[in-house]
Design a protein around this ligand. Structure first.
Ligand code: PAF
Length: 275
C-alpha cells in the first residue's frame, strides 16, 4: 500500500495506474471492522481502492470532541495493509484547505434536521471536506456506512448539486456481537456504559416488530421511552422518511428509525431501516 500526503502525488499515481474503476473510502481513522467492510466492498467492485484518513476540523462543533478524537495511525495502517487497500491518502490541513472557506451549496434542509440541529454547521464541514477529497481522488465509486444515514443523504444531495458522475454505495452497518454498531467512539465507553449501549440495538430490532401495530409517531415515542428506561439520555428517536428525513406519518413510504443517545462519556447514533 502506498501512502500519499500530497493530493498532487496521489493524483499522479492514480492516473499512472490506468484503471477505469476507482473505489474510494473516506474516513477519519480509528478504523474498525465497519471501515474495513467498506474497503472490502470497494475491492470487490473496483480495480483500485483508495482510503483517506483525515480528522476534519470543520465538521466538529465541539473543540473537546475534536481534541479527544482517537488517532491510532499505526494500527490503522496495519488494518489497511491486511485488508489489501492499494493507497492511503493522509493529507495535511493546508494541502486540502487552500482557504478556510466552506462549501456553499443548498442541502435542501437535510443538513438542518436531527444531527444538523444538534451540531450546527456539522454537515457543511462534512460536504466541504468530502468534495475536496472527491476532487483529489476522482473516484468512480464511493463507499459510506449506513450508520451515518443522514450523512449519506447529505452527501448524495451534494453530489447531485455538482452533477458528480460517481456511484454512491451505502453499506450495511457492522455490529459487535451484542448489536452495538461499530464506531470509532466506542473505545471511550466504560464497561458499564458498553452494557447500557447494547440496548440501542435491542430497541431498534424490537421496533421492526412493533411497527406492525403502531403508527410511526407512536413507535418513535415507544423507542424514546425504551432507550430512556435503559439509562440513556435520548436526543432523538424518530421514524423518518428515507428521502427527505422528515418525520413519517404513514408506513406507505420507506422509513428509517434514527436514534441519537448520550451516555456520560460518549454520544452514539444508530438507525434501522423499517421498510
Ligand atoms: O464519516 C466520516 O468518517 C466523516 O464524516 C467523513 C465522511 C470521512 C468526512 O470527514
Amino acid at each position: 500500500m502506498l501512502i500519499f500526503k500530497k493530493q498532487s502525488d496521489l493524483r499522479n499515481w492514480i492516473s499512472r495506474q490506468g484503471k477505469v474503476c476507482i473505489g474510494f473510502v473516506p474516513t477519519m481513522g480509528a478504523l474498525h471492522r465497519g471501515h474495513i467492510s467498506l474497503i472490502e466492498q470497494s475491492k470487490r467492485e473496483c480495480e483500485l481502492t483508495v482510503c483517506s484518513i483525515f480528522v476534519n476540523p470543520t465538521q466538529f462543533n465541539d473543540p473537546a470532541d475534536l481534541a479527544k478524537y482517537p488517532r491510532p495511525i499505526g494500527s490503522d495502517i496495519e488494518l489497511l495493509l491486511q485488508a489489501g487497500c492499494d493507497a492511503l491518502f493522509l493529507p495535511e490541513y493546508d494541502d486540502l484547505y487552500k482557504t478556510d472557506e466552506l462549501l456553499q451549496t443548498d442541502l435542501g434542509g437535510l443538513d438542518a434536521l436531527w444531527e444538523g440541529a444538534i451540531r450546527p454547521g456539522h454537515f457543511q464541514g462534512v460536504v466541504t471536506v468530502v468534495k475536496k477529497l472527491f476532487d483529489a481522488v476522482r473516484p468512480t465509486h464511493v463507499f459510506f456506512g449506513q450508520k451515518d444515514f443522514q450523512q449519506c443523504s447529505v452527501i448524495r444531495k451534494m453530489m447531485r448539486n455538482f452533477d458528480m458522475k460517481i456511484s454512491f454505495r451505502m453499506c450495511d452497518i457492522v455490529r459487535e456481537d451484542d448489536g452495538l454498531a461499530m464506531s470509532s467512539r466506542n473505545i471511550r465507553l466504560s464497561a458499564e456504559e458498553r452494557k447500557t449501549a447494547s440496548n440501542i440495538y435491542k430497541t431498534l430490532s424490537t421496533a421492526t416488530i412493533k411497527k406492525e401495530t403502531l403508527s410511526p409517531e407512536m413507535l418513535g415515542q415507544w423507542a424514546t421511552k425504551e432507550l430512556g428506561n435503559a439509562g440513556m439520555v435520548v436526543e432523538y428517536a424518530a421514524i423518518v422518511d428515507t428521502t427527505d428525513l422528515k418525520p413519517a406519518t404513514t408506513w406507505e413510504w420507506p422509513t428509517v428509525l434514527l436514534v441519537a443517545v448520550k451516555l456520560p462519556s460518549v454520544r452514539l447514533i444508530d438507525n434501522i431501516l423499517l421498510s
